[in-house]
Design a protein around this ligand. Structure first.
Ligand code: PEP
Ligand code: MG
Length: 583
């Protein structure tokens, strides 16, 4: 057995298909100085074609997997506009009279070698991106065919030195049982994409194989534990096929829970809604039995386009979502850009600390016409279903009042035009900034509900950038400071008699359930993939027992204590089920 990194869960068993590396022969000849202009024209044409191709892949991928994963291709587009990368290429053509493809190849090699020298996973990933984009550009300059994956064979386990996001985007999940890469790790883009596609992946096997894998070798990969077994004996193959079948059955069993109500053994009812950013994601959420949408991240409607979406375009999407959700509610969050989310056509300032900068409600209150367009579309759609509105990143009473004043203006405009809307449309705020927690009692008097955004709350409470992999080990959702912030928020909401739910990633972590049971939070919103897991967990939990564990968690002083206890509590349940034979 060879140990790598388990980057996407699941067991896969099958024959290997080894992906050849992209290697092309380069023209040797120097360019005549009088032809330099022609060489630049070829380069720019190659860049234009590459950009069109990346836009196309991004669109396809967005539809199949989702907007967050497809944003990987924004990084690729940015490389083709990167002044440092481009001036390196231009310099080689201009000063050394080399052909465009040779210049591109040398620039790729230069940057990749530079990033590889750094002992930093994040920079190594950027090297993979540069290689991916650079190879695409090379392909166009050389007129070479792309290496494609076979689709006319039996399903296989794909083996590659490294797999670029572009290659993964073209991959047909029906043919690929699993993936092995020599490079990469859990956070590499290809791993993120494999997880989203549900394909097991073991990464980081460079220098660990005594003999290289050949196409046709029989392999087993275990993406949960990062194991690779080459040409296994019969007993091992049988053992893993039992594990694989059991995993498959479990997934299918979980799917049977789609229409079951989430209720603990002692009959505490939880309402599990979904976070969505597109209609496609809503369809998946509904398939898994989501009870409405607890967070509609509308910023994704604004992305991948050249201009702001019109009121009509937004109205159509909000209406469709409300209609599809039916009797349940849809919480539409107003535009939350800035931080890590950008719009190509809206110039955000260069900032030292974008997460502390021009973001979310701050932008909306500054760009009132844009804000009003969205509010109008939401209000108009509100007659087609059960819509609620929510403002992100609130940190003061003034912001809430100002946002509500804009909403009032929009309502008056609609009244003047005789356009109907839900006059009782509930208005809430996200609690994701520590200041909002500390004045939650005041804020609760101004709004109809709170939704706790733990992703940002954790980053702001602990001063740990949620995007920075170097400090990812300091990002602790179960830190006592975070738990206290959550408790204060819930208590303030309850004292004021308004609703409170949780929509950050923590809600989709089934270990957190005891906390919500103890606090009396019955509404959670999570990614569609988490719904069935959390439901299964709820059905197998006794609230009275869980509350005891949670009580202890709220007393813990150390950073990791609560996470440990909640994990143990979950494991204990799993062991009980295994012993009863229904795990
Ligand atoms: C959050 O911050 O927890 C949240 C749900 O919003 P987002 O992840 O979109 O910032
Ligand atoms: Mg947030």
């Amino acid at each position: 057995m060879i140990k790598g990194i388990g980057a996407a869960a699941g067991v896969a068993i099958g024959k290997a298909f080894v992906l050849p590396n992209w290697e092309w022969s380069m023209p040797e000849t120097q360019v005549n100085p009088v032809d330099l202009a022609k060489e630049f024209e070829r380069l720019y044409e190659g860049i234009r074609t590459s950009k069109d191709e990346i836009e196309f892949i991004k669109k396809e991928f967005r539809e199949v997997v989702g907007p967050e994963e497809s944003s990987i291709f924004d990084a690729h587009l940015a490389i083709l506009d990167d002044p440092v990368f481009m001036s390196e290429i231009r310099g080689i053509i201009e000063r050394q009279y080399k052909a465009a493809e040779v210049a591109v190849k040398e620039a790729i090699d230069h940057f990749v070698a530079m990033f590889d020298l750094l002992d930093d996973e994040y920079m190594k990933e950027r090297a993979v991106d540069i290689k991916d984009v650079g190879n695409r550009l090379l392909k166009h300059l050389l007129g070479a065919p792309e290496v494609t994956l076979p689709s006319d064979t039996k399903p296989y386990i794909l083996v590659a030195k490294e797999l670029s996001p572009s290659q993964l985007a073209h991959l047909n999940p029906n043919y690929v049982l699993g993936i092995i890469t020599m490079m990469g790790g859990k956070t590499s883009h290809s791993s993120i994409m494999a997880r989203a596609l549900g394909i097991p992946l073991v990464a980081g096997l460079e220098n660990k194989l005594q003999t290289p894998i050949q196409t046709g070798d029989f392999l087993i990969i275990d993406g949960d534990n990062g194991n690779l077994i080459m040409n296994p004996d019969k007993a091992t193959a049988e053992h893993y096929s039992v594990v694989r079948d059991r995993q498959r059955e479990k997934r299918e069993q979980l799917e049977l829970l789609s229409s079951v109500e989430a209720m603990t053994k002692d009959r505490v009812r939880m309402r599990l809604a979904s976070n969505i950013s597109s209609v496609k994601e809503l369809d998946m959420a509904l398939k898994y039995g989501a009870e409405g949408v607890g967070l509609f991240r509308t910023e994704f409607l604004y992305m991948d386009r050249k201009t702001f979406p019109t009121e009509e375009e937004q109205y159509e999407v909000y209406k469709l979502v409300a209609e599809k959700v039916g009797e349940h509610s849809v919480v539409i969050r107003t535009l939350d850009i800035g931080g890590d989310k950008h719009l190509d056509y809206f110039q955000l300032p260069e900032e030292q600390n974008p997460f502390l900068g021009y973001r979310a409600i701050r932008i909306c209150l500054d760009q009132k016409e844009m804000f009003k367009t969205q509010l109008t579309a939401i209000l108009r759609a509100s007659v087609h279903g059960n819509i609620k509105m929510m403002f992100p990143m609130i940190s003061s009473i003034e912001e809430v009042r100002e946002a509500k004043a804009v909403l009032e203006e929009v309502k008056q405009d609609l009244d003047r035009q005789g356009i109907p809307y839900d006059r009782k449309l509930p208005v809430g705020i996200m609690i994701e900034v520590p200041a909002a927690v500390m004045i939650a009692d005041f804020l609760a008097e101004e709004v109809d509900f709170f939704s706790i955004g733990t992703n940002d709350l954790v980053q702001y409470v602990l001063a740990v950038d949620r995007m920075n992999e170097q400090i990812a080990h300091l990002y602790h959702p179960y830190h006592p400071a975070v738990l206290r912030m959550i408790r204060t928020t819930v208590e303030s909401a309850k004292a004021a008699g308004i609703g409170v739910s949780v929509c950050g990633e923590l809600a989709g972590d089934e270990r957190s359930l005891p906390l919500w049971l103890e606090l009396g939070v019955n509404d959670l919103s999570m990614s569609p993939q988490a719904l069935l897991r959390v439901k299964h967990r709820t059905l197998n939990t006794t609230a009275s027992e869980a509350r005891e564990v949670a009580k202890q968690c709220f007393r813990n002083r150390e950073i990791t204590e609560s996470e440990k206890q909640l994990t143990q509590f979950l494991d204990k349940h799993i062991i009980q089920h295994v012993m009863k034979g229904d795990a």
